[in-house]
Design a protein around this ligand. Structure first.
Ligand code: GAP
Length: 522
């Protein structure tokens, strides 16, 4: 195998990201919703391969979070909930984004995102300084020492910290005038037009409203849930009692959530309809710090088990907490457009259960049979966007390789456990009984794995097609198969080909794609 280029090192970030989006379309992963009507902004459909990849990510999460934990159970609550839910949870009053309009371009932005993007540019300067110093000092370069002692870099870090703390404080105190003042002081311009002619900063509620009921008079105002978590809180006692769960225990679920995002861009990174995978872990008050650390570590291990590079993850502790949290961190991933939030880990205290107690008038307490005490549990939450995880996996896997014979190939090096199609079965030619054997192999394997049969084009082209599709194995049936019941199995990443018995195929594929062996790496 020749040299490997990740797209990001080849081209600038925008080009790389465009390649990710067009590859996702070309290979049947993600389509724009309602494309025949020119699409709907920030709404996407998952196609034949995308739906499989999404399902595999969901299964990987569910196995790790629910199946292998005997104190975590899964539920599937509804998207519609009684509207008081959202009053109690604080979403009606506080689930807002600060928005700002540019008077000249008439474009609308999230004020906090403009400021964060400004800080990201300072981070780019830091990266440049590090790269320069790396070159200058060679092997003697000590990154840790450099970033803590180099005056310019230290200054950059301090600048970022000052800006983000001020923004956090102002948002916390609802001091939107100061958020605008900060934008002006930093001379932040409209990224599209360069204009600095800004309106005041206003709050904008992100929940979508809808109606339940047959007639306009009797219809009830509802919201589409903006997070799946509230379905878990509202069912806390039902699950605890019916499952005889003892604290500490968790309730998990995956499902759709909806947010009227002001700035919905970056493909499936920020969508208006998306899917979350959330787990609420109910604990004894006072133990939240240790559980926060525990789940930070566990969740990072889950990500690392997929082998997408330790350097592509980092924690980002929040300066500005959501209205319900006393500690929060993001697991950030290096997307094609830089490090961004992939998963949130929040210490939600007893905020939600207490609020639901107050608004519903029902007790939501846990009775500890050993100490004979009742209390409102604290909650540790892990919350990851399935679509965002999809984008992380997909963009990280898309690679361009230069081969020894001076050709290149595009490979989607998806972790094989997540790959939508595990193997393609290819008869070398469409005659001499080879297609029949290939079809028989497909019929046998399809009960355990998602496999495809492909007999179009020369075998080399078929290999390339499967590489670009992310299929970890190609199984080729040739004339020797007729003699000895063996086939060639080709590995996507190494392109290595080995001769194996047909009867061993299932075992070989299972060894590579089995969730258990991947999760055991945690
Ligand atoms: N229950 C907590 C909660 O919803 P969040 O940080 O707002 O917390 C959790 O969202 C995760 O959901 C995020 O880390 C992200 O992966 C995903 N997410 C949030 N908004 C999203 C959007 N508009 N499009 C896609 N994913 C989103």
């Amino acid at each position: 195998m020749g040299r490997v280029f990740y797209f990001c090192s080849m081209t600038n970030q925008d080009d790389q990201f465009k390649k990710v989006i067009s590859h996702a379309k070309e290979y049947g992963y993600v389509f724009q919703s309602s494309e025949i009507y020119d699409g709907l902004s920030a709404v996407y459909d998952y196609a034949q391969n995308g739906a499989e990849l999404k399902k595999n990510i969901r299964d990987y999460w569910w196995t790790a979070m629910v199946q292998i934990h005997d104190n975590i159970v899964g539920i599937d609550s509804s998207i519609f909930m009684h509207p008081t839910t959202w009053k109690a949870s604080g979403h009606v009053d506080a689930f807002n984004d600060p928005l700002i309009d540019n008077k000249d371009s008439k474009k609308r932005y999230r004020a906090d995102v403009l400021i964060e993007d400004y800080c990201a540019k300072i981070e780019t300067k830091i990266d440049k300084e590090i790269k320069k110093a790396e070159k200058r000092f060679g092997d003697a370069f000590n990154k840790e020492e450099f970033i803590t002692t180099n005056p310019r870099v230290v200054g950059y870090y301090e600048n970022i910290k000052t800006i983000l703390s001020r923004m956090g404080r102002s948002l916390e105190n609802e001091d939107l005038a100061d958020v605008k003042a900060l934008i002006e002081e930093l001379e932040i311009a409209d990224p599209v037009t360069g204009s600095r002619n800004w309106t005041e900063v206003k709050q904008f509620n992100l929940m979508f409203g809808t109606k339940l009921g047959a007639s306009a008079e009797s219809a009830m105002d509802l919201y589409l849930r903006p997070e799946t978590a509230q379905g878990i809180f509202a069912n806390f006692l039902n699950v605890q009692k019916s499952g005889r769960m003892k604290i500490p225990f968790g309730i998990a679920q995956t499902g759709k959530a909806f947010r009227n995002e002001i700035v919905a861009r970056q493909f499936i990174f920020r969508m208006r309809e998306f899917e979350q995978m959330e787990m609420q872990f109910f604990i004894k008050p006072g133990t939240q710090k240790e559980w926060f650390e525990h789940w930070k570590e566990e969740r990072l291990k889950w990500h690392l088990s997929l082998g997408m590079g330790e350097e592509n993850y980092r924690f980002h502790d929040h300066e500005k907490m959501a209205h319900y949290a006393d500690a929060a961190t993001d697991i950030e991933f290096k997307f094609p457009f830089g490090f961004k939030e992939l998963e949130g880990i929040h210490s939600r205290t007893d905020f939600d259960l207490k609020q639901h107690e107050e608004y519903s008038g029902k007790k939501l307490q846990y009775f500890d049979h050993e100490t004979k005490e009742s209390y409102t549990p604290y909650v540790l939450e892990t919350s990851i966007g399935l679509d965002r995880m999809f984008l992380a996996v997909f963009s990280n896997s898309l690679v361009e390789e230069e081969l020894d014979n001076n050709t290149t190939r595009t490979v989607l090096k998806l972790p094989s456990v997540l790959a939508p199609v595990k193997a393609a079965i290819l008869p070398l030619v469409k005659k001499d009984g080879l297609p029949e054997i290939a079809q028989q192999i497909q019929d046998d394997l399809k009960w355990d794995f998602n496999v495809v049969y492909d007999d179009k084009d020369a075998v080399g082209r078929r290999y390339r097609r499967q590489d670009a599709n992310g299929t970890p194995f190609c199984i080729t049936v040739d004339h020797d198969t007729l003699e000895d019941n063996t086939v060639t199995i080709r590995h996507r990443d190494t392109m290595e080909q080995t001769r194996v018995k047909i009867e061993d195929l299932s075992k070989i594929i299972k060894n590579e794609v089995d969730i258990k062996s991947w999760l055991k790496k945690m």
